[in-house]
Design a protein around this ligand. Structure first.
Ligand SMILES: C[S@@+](CC[C@H](N)C(=O)[O-])C[C@H]1O[C@@H](n2cnc3c(N)ncnc32)[C@H](O)[C@@H]1O
Length: 259
């Protein structure tokens, strides 16, 4: 479905009015905020940590610098935390601007002891409520922009990519981690069987939110292939757009530069 031209947009496998999607997505993350981090470990068997480490590699953080990072759909601050840890290893520091539509997710993030500890060491966390389609930050103000498992939830992807391009400085790096698609139909079938059969019940059991996790697995299927998404990056003005598949295509990094 062409999300930019229609009054209807996907919400998992359902079609909903464009104006309703943000509220529905907010409901999902309100419901799971306190169990979000533990569910990530359970659902992915810890794999999300490996994917996030690859994401941080892809940022090419330089040693002994001070950087401005914007983490869009930053939720509980997991990506900002990892970027800060990497910066510290390289003798660098970061201001991490975590922008999320959902105050509940950020409340859970602020309460994380590891976030509190990291902030004392190598930088600062700034949690701000806002949406990817209208980032509350000035033009050309960031060196790095990340978005992990967030882009498939936004209502207007083209607007979100245009905003990412706007807030990055020339030379700035864009890295998006998102679930993707496997090249082998057989593997995809096996993965679908796992995700549709086990993840919603697991979400019901651990977070008391089966419906939220049903949406999450459906939204993964609705997200385009890396090739299609890279075209959207190029259309937004990103240069040298490229993808790196992770775990056989379960997830992918989608990267580009603002020149
Ligand atoms: C799956 S979580 C990812 C959180 C974090 N990036 C991570 O990887 O752990 C998706 C996040 O996207 C946020 N979100 C959904 N739609 C958004 C939008 N339009 N703008 C900004 N954040 C949004 C949700 O509130 C939620 O915190």
């Amino acid at each position: 479905m062409d999300e930019t031209a229609s009054d209807k947009v996907d919400f998992g496998f359902r079609e909903v009015a464009r104006d309703d999607k943000q509220g529905l997505v907010r409901g999902v993350f309100d419901a799971v905020a306190d169990k979000y981090d533990v569910m990530n470990d359970l659902m992915s068997g810890g794999l999300h940590r490996v994917w996030k480490a690859r994401m941080i590699d892809a940022l090419h953080i330089r040693p002994r610098t001070h950087l401005q990072l914007i983490d869009v759909a930053g939720g509980t601050g997991d990506i900002a935390l990892r970027a800060l840890a990497r910066a510290a290893k390289l003798g660098s520091t970061l201001d991490a601007h975590i922008i999320d539509a959902n105050a509940e997710m950020m409340r859970a993030g602020r309460a994380r002891p590891d976030i509190k500890k990291a902030a004392q060491k190598a930088g600062r966390f700034h949690f701000t409520t806002g949406i990817a389609e209208a980032l509350p930050l000035p033009d050309a103000s960031a060196d790095l922009l990340t978005i992990a498992f967030g882009i498939r939830n936004v209502t207007d992807r083209a607007a979100a990519l245009a905003q990412a391009h706007r807030v990055l400085r020339p030379g700035g790096r864009f890295v998006c981690l998102e679930f993707s698609h496997m090249p082998s139909a057989l593997l995809q079938k096996a993965y679908d069987a796992y995700s549709f059969t086990l993840i919603p019940p697991m979400g019901g059991l651990v977070a008391g939110e089966r419906a939220a996790y049903q949406y999450l697995v459906e939204s993964i299927r609705r997200f385009p292939t890396a090739e299609v998404f890279l075209e959207e990056l190029r259309a937004a003005g990103f240069a040298r757009a490229e993808a790196q598949t992770l775990s056989g295509g379960i997830a992918a990094l989608h990267m580009g530069w603002r020149l």
